[in-house]
Design a protein around this ligand. Sequence first.
Ligand code: GLC
Length: 430
Amino acid sequence: MTTFPIDADRLRAEAVAILRENDLGGYTIPTRGLYPFQWNWDSCLVALGLAHVDEDRALGEIETLVAHQWPDGMIPHIVFHADHETYFPGPDVWGTARATPTSGITQPPVLGYALRRLLDTARDRTMVAPRVAALLPKVAAWHRWFATARDPHRTGLVAILHPWESGRDNAIDWDEALARVPTEGVGSYVRRDTTHVDAAQRPTKAEYDRYLWLVQRFRSLAWDQATLHDASPFRVVDPGFNAILIRSAEDLAALAQALDAPELAAEAQAQAARGRTALEGLWHDGLGQYAAFDRAAGTLVESASIGGLLPLLALEPGHPRAQALVARLAALRGAVRHPVPSHDPADPRFDRLRYWRGPLWLIANRLVADGLARHGRADAAGEIARDGLALVAKSGFGEYFDPLDGRALGGKRFSWTAAMVLEFLETNRA
Ligand code: GLC
């Protein structure tokens, strides 16, 4: 466990300064240079931090994102509000033909979850409630899109069709499925990420080739979301992603109930219930946690990542699997100096530096802490919050961190890290 004096005022001031710096007017970029556009789940999580400072701006962040929802209901993973040479693949590679260019894939649907937190903690409920109410039909449309486009055979669980959709881009969970993606015809390209960040902390070229092949394949299908699922060689059911969707459906139901939209509430409740039942199919006895399911191969993936712990967010309180996940987390916390690693360090594939193959991410910690609190472990949740604050006080607002020595990795002055610091300062005080 970390011990380091925490100067809360200094941390708060620095977090607020970073969010201001990365505010390009109505939307917040993750960080300058490396990620110069609006990212979907970054913005929703950033809104949680902004809410402690400026509730109007927090809602604006989400409204700007949702304004770029596709007619079919999908909310894209990137909105390219302005041109930037510092990022690849840019709008031309995606070729989605949207008025304001966007990518053609999505990201973990934390939107419903974020909106509920914004309303539950609102200081100015008169301002916040109607704006949240206006967003609910759009959240519902996105969730409906998931239930059809990403679960066309009605299993109760949705697949991601690209590793970038998971938000955990190069997780070990995707290795086998990604290895089956061809690379013919990808052509040559120049990556920009490795000009901003040490290549040892980023995905490999072999991974990038396949990321691009998938984008090109989907573009050749004119981004017709109804056809992509069955046409993609990469179809993986991520327990973390599904847990987030189930939780957002539960939160949407609660919001709809509170804001006088009973039909939406019933629909969202039913979607959450279907998801919860189906989630059980992702339990992996050998790993003692949930695991991804490779839908194209029909097998559970042998990979103990943080994705398999996120169902804590969605399981009903008292669910028998929750205790097992709490125990897994306790073991992981004992295995590294700075929890929670994004992958089990006992696995030989663990890599302390490389992105989602080992490093700890404050947003994942925030979600895990929420899950622990949901299952009666406010003590463990509080420790995660305090560890995170001490880590940032020592190492700065990095994109992610080495779980063994705590050094900051990836992009610097990172928005969602700043937002999670504001969240942790608040939950810690509460
Ligand atoms: C990386 C992360 C993803 C995040 C994005 C912007 O792609 O893996 O989760 O949304 O960067 O911060």
